[in-house]
Design a protein around this ligand. Structure first.
Ligand SMILES: [Zn+2]
Length: 176
């Protein structure tokens, strides 16, 4: 498979991950989506569900990995690749090491908390026996835009709400 075909395939699976991120966005969750691919087929797909499940470990990657393990019937995912819209955090990279993932493909980098090179590179740490290939920046603009839109929307809502409340209070003062 040449580089171009590889890139096309990566973009196609990242679009699947983006569809999951969109579901998170609609559910008012931080919009991150992930899919696990084995032999050209998606065997796990999930979006961030931290708020819904009230579980700080319910990141898209963790949920998708659990599905993939169930599909394979093993905790080892040595011939599997994970596509995720945002660079994974320390917890998720820990899970990728535990399942012995073959390859990680992510969209936008996360310089604040990314553990695949953004903040730190734990996935390719010299002390680890397991080696995992990393492909960053696949559809990074789309993957970054959905996060930016989400946080902008959240900021706007937070900015508007207290002002609205003040106006409401003033109105009721005047009326009384
Ligand atoms: Zn994570």
């Amino acid at each position: 498979m040449n580089f171009y075909e590889n890139g096309e395939r990566d973009a196609a699976f990242m679009r699947e991950a983006l569809r999951q991120a969109q579901k998170a966005y609609e559910a008012d969750e931080v919009p991150v989506g992930a899919v696990v691919v084995r032999a050209g087929k998606v065997i796990g797909r999930a979006y961030n569900q931290v708020e819904l499940l009230k579980d700080a470990t319910a990141h898209a990657e963790m949920l998708a990995l659990t599905q993939a393990e169930a599909a394979v019937g093993d905790w080892r995912l040595t011939d599997c690749d994970l596509y995720v819209t945002k660079e994974p955090c320390v917890m998720c990279v820990g899970a990728l090491i535990h399942v012995r993932l073959r390859r990680l493909i992510f969209g936008c980098a996360d310089t604040k908390s990314g553990a695949a090179g953004g903040m730190i590179n734990l996935l390719q740490h010299s002390a680890l026996n397991h080696h995992c290939e990393i492909t960053p920046g696949v559809l990074q603009n789309e993957c970054g835009a959905i996060l930016q839109n989400f946080f902008r929307k959240r900021r706007d809502e937070q900015n508007v709400t207290p002002q609205d409340r003040q106006i409401e209070n003033r109105k009721s003062e005047i009326e009384n």
